[in-house]
Design a protein around this ligand. Structure first.
Ligand code: AHG
Ligand code: MN
Ligand code: MN
Ligand code: MN
Length: 335
C-alpha cells in the first residue's frame, strides 16, 4: 500500500502531564492543573505575538518596569495574560513577574501550594523585528505552613520543582523539566492546538565551538572574561559567534547545538544584567538537567545562588560542560 507512515502515537503535552501525574501516587493533580494553565498562557502569548503587527501591538507601552526596561505593549499584554492564567488555575499562591514591582499574592486562593516566577516575554527588544522571543518560568512548591509572600521565593534554584521556557520562533517550542527529571522539548502544532513531544530527553553536546554574548560590552568586561573570549577567538579552530539578543533563542540554540551563552557581570553592571529568579535559575535547571553547566560571574553554581530580592541580578555562563569549564579554569587563575 502506498500510504505515508503516519505516527498515530502522538504524545501531546496533555498526555505527558497525565502520565507524569499517574507516576506519582501522592500527586493530587494540582501541579498538572498548574501546568495546563502555563500551557494556555504560552499559547495565548504566542498568538498575540504572531498577530502583533496586524492589531497595533507593536512598539512601546510608554512605561518602564522596576528593573529599568522600557516596556513594550506586548510586555504588558504578555504579563496580563500570564497573571490571568496563573490566577485562574487556583493553584498559585505567589507570583513574581519581571513586569511587576512586587510579588503578587493571590489571597483568593489561600490554600494554593505553588509559587511561580516568570519572564512573560524574554527578548522583547527584538519584538518589532519579528525575531524570536519567549517566556521563561520556574515553579516552587510552598513549604508546609508558608504564609505566601515573596520570602517564599528568595530561595536557591535547587528548590524549584519545575522550570523551562518557550521560544516563539518559526514554530512555538516549549522546553520543560521537572526536578531530577529529563528535559523534554515540545513543538506547537497550530492545527491541533497542541504542544507535541518532539525532543524527548534532550541531552546537550559536551562541547561545541559556538559562543554567544554581547561583545559590544567588552570595554566593561573584567580581565578573565576578556582572556576567555580572546582565547576562543585565537583557538586553532576559532569559535563561531552567534548572538540573537533573546536569551530564550540563544539558549535554545545552545541546548540543541552546544556551545556557550554568557552575560557576565561587568564594570557597567556589577551585578550582571539578567535576573536570577526568572531568567538565570530556570535556564540553569534546564541546562544542568540536559547535561550542561551554569555558573555566575563568581564561578558559583547558578542553581545555588540565593537572590537577595525578587528582581536581583547575576552574571551568567551557561552551556556545554567543556565550554563552561574553560571559563571556570581561566577565572581560577585570577583567584
Ligand atoms: P527581557 O526582554 O526579558 O527584558 O530580557 C532581555 C535580556 C535577554 O533576553 C537577553 O539575553 C539580553 O537581555 C540581551 O541584552 P543586550 O541587549 O544587553 O545584549
Ligand atoms: Mn524587560
Ligand atoms: Mn528576559
Ligand atoms: Mn521580559
Amino acid at each position: 500500500p502506498v500510504q505515508e507512515k503516519i505516527n498515530t502515537e502522538i504524545v501531546t503535552l496533555t498526555r505527558y502531564l497525565n502520565e507524569e501525574q499517574t507516576k506519582h501516587k501522592e500527586a493530587t493533580g494540582d501541579f498538572t492543573l498548574l501546568c495546563h494553565a502555563l500551557q494556555f498562557s504560552f499559547k495565548s502569548i504566542a498568538y498575540y505575538i504572531r498577530r502583533a503587527s496586524l492589531i497595533n501591538l507593536g512598539g512601546l507601552a510608554g512605561s518602564s518596569n522596576v528593573t529599568g526596561d522600557d516596556q513594550k505593549k506586548l510586555d504588558v499584554l504578555g504579563n496580563d495574560l500570564f497573571i490571568a492564567a496563573m490566577k485562574s488555575s487556583g493553584r498559585v499562591r505567589v507570583l513574581v513577574s519581571e513586569e511587576e514591582e512586587e510579588a503578587i499574592v493571590f489571597d483568593e486562593h489561600p490554600n494554593a501550594r505553588y509559587a511561580v516566577v516568570c519572564d512573560p516575554i524574554d527578548g522583547s527588544s527584538n519584538l518589532d523585528a519579528g525575531v524570536s522571543v519567549g517566556t521563561i518560568f520556574g515553579v516552587y512548591k510552598l513549604e508546609e505552613g508558608a504564609k505566601g509572600s515573596k520570602e517564599d521565593l528568595l530561595k536557591p534554584g535547587t528548590e524549584m520543582v519545575a522550570a523551562g521556557f518557550t521560544m516563539y520562533g518559526a514554530s512555538a517550542q516549549l522546553v520543560l523539566t521537572m526536578r531530577g527529571g529529563p528535559v523534554n522539548g515540545f513543538t506547537m502544532d497550530n492545527a491541533l492546538g497542541e504542544f507535541i513531544l518532539t525532543h524527548a530527553n534532550m541531552q546537550m553536546p559536551k562541547k561545541r565551538g559556538i559562543y554567544s554574548c554581547n561583545e559590544g560590552n567588552s570595554k566593561y568586561w573584567d580581565e578573565p572574561v576578556l582572556e576567555w573570549v580572546n582565547s576562543i577567538k585565537q583557538a586553532e579552530k576559532p569559535y563561531s559567534a552567534r548572538y540573537i539578543g533573546s536569551m530564550v533563542a540563544d539558549a535554545y540554540r545552545t541546548l540543541l547545538y552546544g556551545g556557550i551563552f554568557a552575560y557576565p557581570a561587568d564594570k557597567k553592571s556589577p551585578k550582571g544584567k539578567l535576573r536570577i529568579l526568572y531568567e538565570c535559575a530556570p535556564m540553569a535547571m534546564v541546562f544542568e538537567q540536559a547535561g550542561g553547566l551554569a555558573v555566575n560571574s563568581k564561578m558559583q553554581r547558578m542553581l545555588e545562588v540565593v537572590p537577595e530580592s525578587i528582581h536581583d541580578r547575576s552574571g551568567i555562563f551557561l552551556g556545554s560542560q567543556d565550554e563552561v569549564q574553560k571559563v571556570i579554569d581561566i577565572h581560577k587563575k585570577y583567584g
